[in-house]
Design a protein around this ligand. Structure first.
Ligand SMILES: Nc1ncnc2c1ncn2[C@@H]1O[C@H](COP(=O)(O)OP(=O)(O)O)[C@@H](O)[C@H]1O
Ligand SMILES: [Mg+2]
Length: 330
C-alpha cells in the first residue's frame, strides 16, 4: 500500500467490509475515486446507496469540495429545473431574485442526483446537455456558466423498464451509466447483520442512555429475517428494540408476521389444498420472471425466450396466459 493510500481519509470503510459484495464495491470505489467517471448506483430502497455515494466523494480528490444531494423525487417537477440549475430574477412568477442552483453549489465537488428515474423527460434532455460540456444557463438566463463536478446518480427503479416505456431517455441512461454499482439487498449479505446489529445497538444505547443487550435468540431471528426494507428497516427495528421495554417481543411478532404475512410465500387459506397453493405460487413466480426478463430486454421476445430457455412459441403462450402486454402499445 502506498503512503498516499495510507493517508487517504477513507473513513467510510467500516460499512464496506462486512461482506464480499460490499468489499467488491469498496474496490470499485477505490478504482474510480480519482477519475471523474459518472456513477450510477442501483439497489432497493434502504440498502445504503447514499452511503456509497458519499464514500465515492470521500475517496475522490474532490473530497475537500462540496457534496450536494438532490432528491429528484422530493421536489415538484415544475421547480426541479430551477433547483438544479438556478434561475434569474423575473424568470417566472415569484422569482424575485436570482437564485443559484445546486449544480453551482456543487462546483469543485460532487452532485448526487438521487431517485434519478423521477426526473421529468424535458429535464432529462437538459441534464444530458449539461453532462456533455458542463455548461448551462440558469432558468430565464443567457449567461453560460461552467462547472467542474462529478455526477453520481441513484435509483431503486428498474430503469430498463422505464426505458422501454419511454419514460427515461436512452442516451441519458448510457451517459450516466459509465460505472454502475449495484448494492445488493440485505437478505443477500446476511453476514453483515450481526455487525450492523451491534453497531446500531451501541449507537442507540448511547443516544437514548440505555444499556440494552440482545438475547442470542433475538440476534438469530434478526439474522434470518427477510428485511424487505433493508438496512433502513434494520436500523428502525434496532431503535425500537432499544427504546421499547418489550422490544424483544416486538421482534418475535415481526418475524412471525414476516413468515405468514405479505412476504413472498403464498398465504395458505383453508379453502384451498396444498396442490393449488403450489400451482398458484408457481404461476405467480412465472409471471414475475417473465415480466422482469421482458422488461430487461425491452420486449424483444426472441431474446427473452433464449434467456428463459423456452421456445419462442411457448413464450408467446405464456405471455398470453399471464395477460402481459408490451408497455408502449398499452
Ligand atoms: N452498512 C451500513 N452501516 C450502517 N448504516 C447503514 C449501512 N447501510 C445503510 N445504513 C443506514 O441505513 C439507512 C439507509 O441507507 P441509505 O444509504 O439512505 O439507503 P438508500 O439510499 O439505498 O435508500 C441510513 O440511515 C444509513 O445510514
Ligand atoms: Mg437514498
Amino acid at each position: 500500500m502506498s503512503i498516499a493510500q495510507e493517508l487517504d481519509p477513507i473513513s467510510y470503510s467500516p460499512f464496506l467490509d462486512g461482506s464480499p459484495q460490499m468489499r467488491a464495491i469498496g474496490t470499485v470505489i477505490e478504482n474510480i475515486a480519482d477519475t471523474d467517471a459518472t456513477v450510477l448506483i442501483r439497489g432497493e430502497s434502504g440498502v445504503g446507496k447514499d452511503l456509497v455515494a458519499r464514500a465515492i466523494h470521500a475517496a475522490s480528490s474532490r473530497r475537500g469540495g462540496p457534496f450536494v444531494r438532490v432528491n429528484c423525487a422530493a421536489i415538484p417537477s415544475q421547480l426541479l429545473e430551477s433547483e438544479l440549475f438556478g434561475h434569474e430574477k423575473g424568470a417566472f412568477t415569484g422569482a424575485h431574485r436570482r437564485k443559484p442552483g445546486q449544480f453551482e453549489y456543487a462546483n469543485k465537488g460532487t452532485i448526487f442526483l438521487d431517485e434519478i428515474a423521477e426526473l421529468p423527460l424535458a429535464l432529462q434532455a437538459k441534464l444530458l446537455h449539461v453532462l456533455q460540456d458542463f455548461r448551462f444557463s440558469r432558468v430565464g438566463g443567457h449567461e453560460l456558466l461552467r462547472v467542474d463536478l462529478r455526477v453520481i446518480a441513484a435509483t431503486n427503479r428498474n430503469l430498463e423498464g422505464a426505458l422501454a416505456r419511454g419514460e427515461f431517455r436512452e442516451d441519458l441512461y448510457y451517459r450516466l451509466n459509465v460505472v454502475e454499482i449495484v448494492v445488493p439487498p440485505l437478505r443477500e449479505r446476511r453476514e453483515e447483520i450481526p455487525k450492523l446489529v451491534s453497531r446500531f445497538l451501541a449507537r442507540f444505547n448511547a443516544q437514548y442512555g440505555r444499556h440494552k443487550e440482545l438475547m442470542p435468540e433475538t440476534l438469530a431471528r434478526l439474522t434470518e429475517y427477510t428485511w424487505s426494507g433493508n438496512v433502513r428497516e434494520l436500523e428502525n427495528v434496532m431503535r425500537r428494540l432499544v427504546v421499547l421495554s418489550d422490544g424483544e417481543q416486538e421482534v418475535e411478532a415481526m418475524v412471525a408476521r414476516g413468515r405468514t404475512g405479505h412476504g413472498s410465500a403464498p398465504r395458505l387459506t383453508v379453502a384451498e389444498g396444498l396442490r393449488e397453493v403450489g400451482r398458484r405460487g408457481a404461476r405467480e413466480a412465472e409471471r414475475k420472471a417473465l415480466l422482469e426478463v421482458l422488461e430487461s430486454v425491452r420486449w424483444n421476445r426472441a431474446e427473452a425466450a433464449r434467456i428463459l430457455k423456452v421456445c419462442y412459441k411457448t413464450l408467446l403462450t405464456k405471455i398470453a396466459e399471464c395477460g402481459l402486454t408490451p408497455p408502449l402499445r398499452r
